[in-house]
Design a binder for this molecule. Sequence first.
Ligand code: SAH
Length: 429
Amino acid sequence: MNVADVDDISARLNAYGGRRVESPEEADLVLVNTCMVRKKAEDKAMSYFGGLKHARNAAGRPPFIVAMGCVVPRNQQKIRETYPHIDLLVNYSDPDLVMNQLMEQFEPLAASAMDDDFSPAMTTSIGSQNFVTAIRGCNHRCSFCVVPWARGPQRDEPIDKIVAEAREHELRGAPDVTILGQSIMAYGKSSGDGSQRFIEMMEAVLENTSFPWVRFLTSLACDMTDEICERIIAHPRITPLLHLPIQSGSDKVLSDMRRKHDVATYRRMVEKARSVRPDLYLTTDILVGFPTETEADYRETYALMEEIGFDDAFMFAYSERPGTHSARHFPDMLSREVKIRRLSEVIELQRRTSAERSRRYIGEELDVVIEAVNEEGAVARTSFNKPIYMPGTARQVGEYSRARIMTVRVSAFTGEEISVEHAAIPARV
Ligand code: SAH
């Protein structure tokens, strides 16, 4: 979501004649987008601000520095006092709000005009992922999570706007598109009558574009239905990637986390998804060390991970976030040692599982999109978003190619390009 916001803002700045550069030293304007989902991210943002103190661009002047995103409102005073070299503080990362403030405060912008035919899809990053934000904010109230407070309640973008943005990505030559929301399957549920329109929205994107690959992120088991599995997950132009965060394998912890799914629902949805999509590439988020997590609860998470066999997982140790329900009601009592031990164990387990599950691809030929090419070779991505390293490619960044998988690493493949003419690229493995 943060990457999508930054892409959107940079597309708008392009429309004003700007150009994205690699480092603060090349820039007239530096935007630091921040995240506070865990304390570590927040600390990282603060120390990054410090590192910008002596930044000077080619003209020998300090760039205009903007701190934006969730970390800002909570740390306004501290940022002002400790980092006076920051020129502008913006409390959100919503592209409209950031641009409004920039227009007022950053002189070169106030003095220029925007291209009439601007669209957020005019980002420059053709080879990497191409995002359309369908939902902003979140209406779930997971007790550990600061996202609803940081990003506000769920707001759904209208279907025609989502479709128009996806089409613009297509027109500028993007090979694929990813439709985003904190809980994307809840699309439509904020519109008053509570109806769920995820299927309708995704079908509109599929019907009105011809991307071989359409993805969506992130899904919650409580919003998932059999019909979603049958009509969307099974769709040949939907990629086999399903990111379905479980967080914990203990029903008691899930209930304290205020997740609206239990283990049985989760398991049932995974079975259904795997049955309609035998090539499903299932990833998850695991949160260990929640304040009420006993050793037995944690063992249930470990066992569930063994049972389900995720292709990949993002794993975190609980980090108390201000204002959340769990910060108010469940004192963060587990020691750092316990949390770190549980985290390392699940990481180790997942490392083995990922490597094992990846082996099924060895020798397979997969469609890939070229993401980067340099002297060392090429990096491409599979439909399920796994990087693949190849010695080289005959194709350009952003183009489809095909590769034979040679070896597997934990979260990447190595492979070699095989030459085929692509008439149509099916998303299935
Ligand atoms: N909307 C998505 C993702 C939210 S943030 C969902 O509901 O699943 C991404 C991940 O960060 C979460 O899935 C969770 O595993 C982790 N996370 C969120 N808050 C956290 C916290 N306070 N401490 C540690 N990890 C956290």
